[in-house]
Design a protein around this ligand. Sequence first.
Ligand SMILES: [Zn+2]
Ligand SMILES: [Zn+2]
Length: 137
Amino acid sequence: MKVDGACLCGAIRYEAEIDPAAVLVCHCSDCQIGGGGAFRWGTLVDKDRFTLLAGTPRYFHKIAASGRERALAFCGTCGTSLYGTQAEESRTLSLRLSTARQARELRPSLQIWHGSAYAWTGDLGDVPAIEQQPQIG
Ligand SMILES: [Zn+2]
Ligand SMILES: [Zn+2]
């Protein structure tokens, strides 16, 4: 499946060919902190099936819980998290699918690092919800 996406400010744009059956949620603490949410979700993409159309990401290097050094790509202007990859030579990257225009068509098929998941992530259906920004003050 062909997807395309961009960071929040639009400086970085990409397209990629992904397997929509291989979408996963990651509950590791690096994803929780670096992604600014309860978890990150994405998919592994062969680097030769990923093309940057505009912009140049910046990288933050981090030793992951797996013990491997990860290079985490983000937009240097707006800070959007774009993908992660092994710092040493690697064939794949882990694309953050929240940046994809087709994100709403995709559904995860696996959760990893569930041992560090926030306990409430499976219970959001029970939490009261409003469709947009609440009126405050
Ligand atoms: Zn940006
Ligand atoms: Zn993770």
